[in-house]
Each structure stands twice: as structure tokens, then as C-alpha cells.
Write a new protein. Structure first.
Length: 236
């Protein structure tokens, strides 16, 4: 069989149609390989017209859509979901096409024979669901932690994994670092915003007192364009 993997970070409302096209193109490639090979072999009239011999069989193609997002999939999962409502009589004749969807946030109901994949999905799902108590009990390798960081879009987790590429990480410690760095970043942003606001207030006071823009530019370290913009807003 041929297994196709389609990774989706966002919902695609054309996904069943896309999967169907991928699969059809795969089957077409298989058919063309048979037709090319059979040109040199003895065939019946029917086999000549078909390009395939009666005994030829295509390999089944299964495409799996893996959806990495904390929001549930709200798009179609079958071709029938994409078409207008069908009368019962027409619906019986309609050839539907179903896609195979795996959602990280609902991966608790799946069975993974690969332990590495199970851990990555379990940790990602726990972070999405804010189940930090259970996530904190896990131990991940640097590769697993990096993958969780990619799935959950956490640069901090990726950075932690890169600090020790061959080590193992206690997720409780990793989450504590994540929280601490988040707090530190928030404090830094708050300080930067405070300094920026103080600068603006100082510039406005100097403008009110008639200070020269060239002098204000040197004192405040703001660009002339920024100072003139503040002056225009103050006069508006």
C-alpha cells in the first residue's frame, strides 16, 4: 500500500476534494506504469485497449490528514459535505469520498504503536487542553520536546530542546521554565512600553514649551519623523 501524509495547521474547507485529487493522481501514476510495462507483452484486445492486464492490480493509496491545531476541525470530512443537499434518490447514487482525519487535540482516542509518537501527541494535546498537571509528569527527549514545540508553536520549548540536543527533559521543569520566561518577557515588554510612554510624554512637554525639534531629537533619541507625528497628534 501507499501511505500519504498531509499536514494541516489550519482548517481547509476543500480538504476532501484535495485528498481525492492526490489519491487519483497516485492511482493514475500506477496505471501509467502498468501501461508502459505492458506495451512489450502479449495482450488480449481488451487488455490492449485498457493498458492494463486482467490480472494487474493497483496498490491501495491511503492518505492521512494530520491536523495540528488547538481548535477543533470544523471543515468537511467527506465530498458529500462539500456538495449541495441531495434528495434521497440522488444520494444513493452519489459516489462519496471520505478523508482520514487525525486531530492532535483528540488523539486520546487513538492507539499508537510507536511510543515516541504517542508521547508527542499526548504532550501536545495536554498543552492544548491546559492539562499541565499530567503533562508535567512526562519525560521527553530533546527531539520529542522540539516536536511538541513545533506543534504548539512554542519557540520557548524549541529553544529548551536546542539547549541540550541529546538530553531528556522533565516536562514539569520545562513548563516551569516556559511560565517563568513568559513572565520575564511580559515584564520586559511592560518596562519597554513604560519607557516609550515616558519618552512620548517628555517630548510633548518640550513641544508645549516651544523647544526646537533638533534639540528634542538629540535629547529623546526619537526620530524627527516620530517627533513631528507626536506634534501633529497633539494639535489634532
Amino acid at each position: 500500500m501507499v501511505l500519504g501524509i498531509e499536514n494541516q495547521k489550519n482548517v481547509s474547507y476543500t480538504m476532501p476534494l484535495r485528498v481525492m485529487l492526490y489519491d487519483v493522481l497516485g492511482y493514475l501514476k500506477e496505471y501509467q506504469e502498468f501501461a508502459k510495462k505492458n506495451q512489450e507483452e502479449k495482450r488480449t484486445a481488451e487488455e490492449f485497449l485498457s493498458g492494463m492486464k486482467k490480472k494487474d492490480r493497483l496498490k491501495p493509496i491511503i492518505t492521512l490528514v494530520i491536523y495540528y491545531n488547538e481548535k477543533p476541525w470544523d471543515g468537511p470530512t467527506t465530498l458529500k459535505d462539500m456538495v449541495v443537499p441531495l434528495p434521497e434518490a440522488v444520494g444513493k447514487a452519489f459516489s462519496d469520498y471520505r478523508m482520514n482525519l487525525l486531530q492532535v487535540r483528540e488523539s486520546g482516542g487513538y492507539h499508537f504503536s510507536n511510543e515516541d509518537i504517542r508521547k508527542v501527541f499526548e504532550a501536545s494535546r495536554g498543552i492544548y487542553n491546559e492539562d499541565f498537571e499530567n503533562v508535567g509528569k512526562m519525560t521527553l527527549t530533546s527531539e520529542q520536546l522540539a516536536m511538541v514545540g513545533v506543534i504548539t508553536e512554542s519557540r520557548l520549548l524549541i529553544a529548551q530542546a536546542e539547549e541540550d540536543e541529546k538530553g531528556e527533559f522533565d516536562m514539569c521543569t520545562a513548563l516551569e521554565k516556559l511560565e517563568r520566561r513568559g513572565i520575564e518577557r511580559g515584564i520586559e515588554q511592560g518596562i519597554e512600553q513604560g519607557i516609550e510612554q515616558t519618552k512620548k510624554e517628555m517630548v510633548l512637554r518640550m513641544l508645549e514649551q516651544g523647544a526646537d525639534i533638533d534639540f528634542i531629537e538629540k535629547v529623546s533619541c526619537l526620530s524627527r519623523e516620530k517627533i513631528e507625528e507626536l506634534e501633529r497628534k497633539a494639535k489634532a
